[in-house]
Write a protein that binds this ligand. Structure first.
Ligand SMILES: [Zn+2]
Length: 271
């Protein structure tokens, strides 16, 4: 049975929760693939802060941030990415939420405007400055991820500076003042020198590396010759939907875009 997660309506409602996710230095404490622990796993000596996240399967759940990676018998410290394919989507999102809350708390102890120490906001998940009233919420960075398509082909790229060699969709950050659609057109132009026309929004996914929200689109090629920017792209190629290379797993939005495209072409929905 899937334990449903209900995000906390009041983030300060349960300072003592009954299930915990334990993080330290960007890693998550796991026992096998399991990372939600009962609170009898006590590591109090190293706890820097605790944050209530919400109700998981009807029981309160929070994150405890440790100052360092303690050795815990039968457990190991794993990076979040390694949980992506071994964890159900809603639990992976919960682990991402835990780490993002931990990062926000760690990174905003002092006001970025005037340097005064900040305190917790009385209602919201936020840290406020009592000197200048600046309030800082966990930061989410919106990105677009787009699969450029041309008839029955789609454009996949291998990115420069990445260890893995999987082909994936193009992606980039949305800049201040841009809509998602304008960012998409700009990124495609910058990364591979192509122009795109019609777009279809497919869905979104939180991508906690460290705090992106990915907005996923199919985008139809409209013109231009493939000319990858060597600083960003190692290689970019058109692939027919029936002869794709190794692609990202379906747990990722990139994988979902490719599967959706293949399905839509096969059934005549797109382009
Ligand atoms: Zn301030």
């Amino acid at each position: 049975m899937v334990d449903r997660f209900e995000p906390a309506a009041n983030v300060w409602a349960a300072p003592e929760f009954s299930q915990q996710i334990i993080v330290a230095e960007g890693l998550v404490l796991c026992s096998g693939d399991q990372f939600i622990h009962e609170v009898d796993l006590l590591l109090a000596e190293a706890v820097v802060s605790s944050h209530y996240l919400g109700e998981l399967g009807g029981r309160s759940c929070g994150v405890r941030v440790l100052s360092r990676q303690l050795d815990v018998r039968g457990h190991d410290w794993r990076n979040l990415r390694s949980l992506l394919t071994s964890t159900e989507e809603h639990l992976f999102a919960l682990a991402g939420r835990a780490l993002q809350v931990a990062y926000w708390d760690r990174d905003h102890r002092f006001c970025g405007r005037c340097g005064t120490a900040t305190h917790y906001h009385s209602i919201d998940r936020a840290r406020s400055c009592s000197n200048c009233q600046l309030t800082v919420y966990p930061r989410i960075s919106p990105c677009v991820i787009m699969l450029v398509t041309r008839g029955e082909e789609c454009l996949l790229a291998r990115h420069a500076n990445r260890r893995n060699i999987t082909y994936t969709a193009l992606a980039g950050f949305i800049e201040p003042g841009e809509s998602a659609e304008l960012a998409l057109k700009r990124e495609v132009r910058e990364e591979v020198g192509l122009e795109v026309g019609r777009m279809q929004y497919i869905g979104s996914q939180p991508w906690p590396f460290p705090g992106q929200l990915m907005l996923g689109y199919l985008a139809e090629w409209q013109g231009g010759e493939l000319c990858p920017d060597p600083n960003e792209i190692e290689e970019a190629k058109w692939f027919h939907y029936r002869s794709l290379p190794e692609i990202p797993p379906v747990q990722t939005l990139s994988g979902q875009l490719i599967y959706t495209f293949s399905e839509q072409v096969a059934t005549g929905v797109w382009p």
